[in-house]
Design a protein around this ligand. Structure first.
Ligand SMILES: [Fe+2]
Length: 263
């Protein structure tokens, strides 16, 4: 079994993920916002596209679907709860469903919050999680259609996956996320190390993704709102909290981040 995950940058800061089985020359794509980027990669790598996966309906994640389907015939699989908002889905999936590409089997995890029907795909055989705009390295997605409680539940579901899971996020936001994370948790050694690593990778012109879930569990403030060490750091940061339960604390830091910067 030999699979490759190629990271295809698109637009200002999106990543499209191309998973390929080079033995049989087939590929699947996750969140093809720009068809031309994907078609170019397929041609260069001499691959045929056999599946399109979508995590949510935002245009920068599904904008390439129509052209890719026209040119390759690949079926589109996306979230059942966003069926009305994604054109030409061949199949829609919900929590616990599975998707198949070559010999890989992916599990669908519903992760509402950024949008009302957002899903993630977890492929245990290659330890890969494609989570769209739900979990970012050192951050999380904005709450466009869901509540803080929904997003916290989604992040808790992802946090249950193994530490060696490779997290493939929808955007390159790590450096911006690191600034906010360090402002509220400035003595966290894992966070400082990850921020330094991300800065070095960006300086070298490389993606900061995938990120290791085990690192995110220690460094990402949005995964740590129920952990005493983080709460102590948060208290020292002076950030005002609206409530004491994890979902409320999560909501407080998500709103503070909305005010803080672009991601
Ligand atoms: Fe999005």
């Amino acid at each position: 079994m030999s699979f490759t995950v190629d990271i295809l940058p698109a637009f200002a800061d999106n990543y499209i993920y191309l998973v390929s089985d080079r033995d049989i020359g087939l590929a699947m794509v996750v969140d093809a916002g720009d068809a031309n980027v994907v078609l170019k990669a397929l041609k260069e790598k001499d691959l045929h596209l056999s599946l399109i996966l979508n995590t949510h309906h935002h245009k920068d994640h599904v904008g390439g679907n129509d052209k890719l389907q026209r040119e390759t015939g690949a079926p589109i699989i996306g979230p059942e709860k966003e069926r009305a908002r994604i054109n030409n889905m061949s199949r829609s999936v919900s929590n616990g469903d599975s998707v198949t590409f070559s010999t890989l089997h992916g599990q669908v995890i519903e992760v509402h919050g950024h949008t009302s029907g957002h899903i993630a795909f977890y492929f245990p055989q290659i330890k890969a999680l494609f989570c769209g705009d739900t979990l970012f390295s050192l951050g999380c997605g904005r709450l466009f259609e869901g509540t803080a409680a929904e997003m916290w539940a989604s992040l808790t579901a992802l946090r249950k996956l193994p530490d060696d899971t490779l997290v493939y996020c929808g955007h390159e936001y790590t450096e911006a996320n690191a600034k906010f994370a360090l402002a509220i948790d400035k003595n966290n050694a894992a966070l400082k190390a990850r921020a330094a690593e991300a800065a070095a990778l960006r300086k070298a012109g490389k993606p900061t993704l995938p990120t290791l879930l085990g690192v995110e569990k220690q460094a990402n403030p949005f995964l740590r709102v129920d952990q005493p060490e983080f709460l102590q750091a948060l208290a020292k940061s002076g950030l005002a909290l609206q409530g004491t339960d994890p979902a409320a604390i999560f909501g407080s830091i998500r709103s503070a981040k909305d005010r803080y910067g672009e991601t």
